[in-house]
Ligand binder design. Sequence first.
Ligand code: SF4
Length: 221
Amino acid sequence: MPRTEAPVGAQEWVPPQPQSIDELKSAAAGCEGCELHVNATQTVFGRGAPHAKIVFVGEQPGDVEDQKGLPFVGPAGRLLREAVDDAGIDPADVYITNAVKHFRFELRGSRRIHQSPGPAHITACRPWLVAEFSLLQPQLVVLLGATAGKALIGPSFRVTQQRGKLMPWPASAQHPQDFPVADIQALATIHPSAVLRADDRDAAYRGLVDDLKIARAALSA
Ligand code: SF4
């Protein structure tokens, strides 16, 4: 039965002491922590290196990701992988996920039009992100775009003002107590889909790569 009440949150679906990302992913497949699971095709969990030094956090899966069940496999994902390469980041150091793990959209005719997740969805889904961070214990978190930034840093976050700057993490988080990781760093940049939409795509891409170079330089060997 679809839920119609306020989101209960993902916490009750998160295993108490998960041993691996695969275990989290299996559990998240059955999550009903908010209503987004009703219309989406499937949960789209994070993926990447089990000992990733960098965790990229985007907004939510898109239409292609929803159908394939994998994050960042559409055009924005391809662009992000190119930018990671051009910034000199080893793909073996990377894990990619989203703040919200089901696709939110509205139907216009037969087309599914992306809708940004709301604060309630972000809060409901946060336990999965916290569990991913806790298992991975990365050196750096890269926030992709305004929604991911607001989800983690708070509503005052402005990607245009705060991009490309290393911040202490979890001290910069809106709810630092939610993130039981050693003191690490975070960096915000634009979402790769913003590069695809930009009037000057080359300049936007260079800006993304420049930000990721700062991320790469912050990593220890
Ligand atoms: S969006 Fe997150 S909290 Fe909501 S049902 Fe999906 S996995 Fe659960």
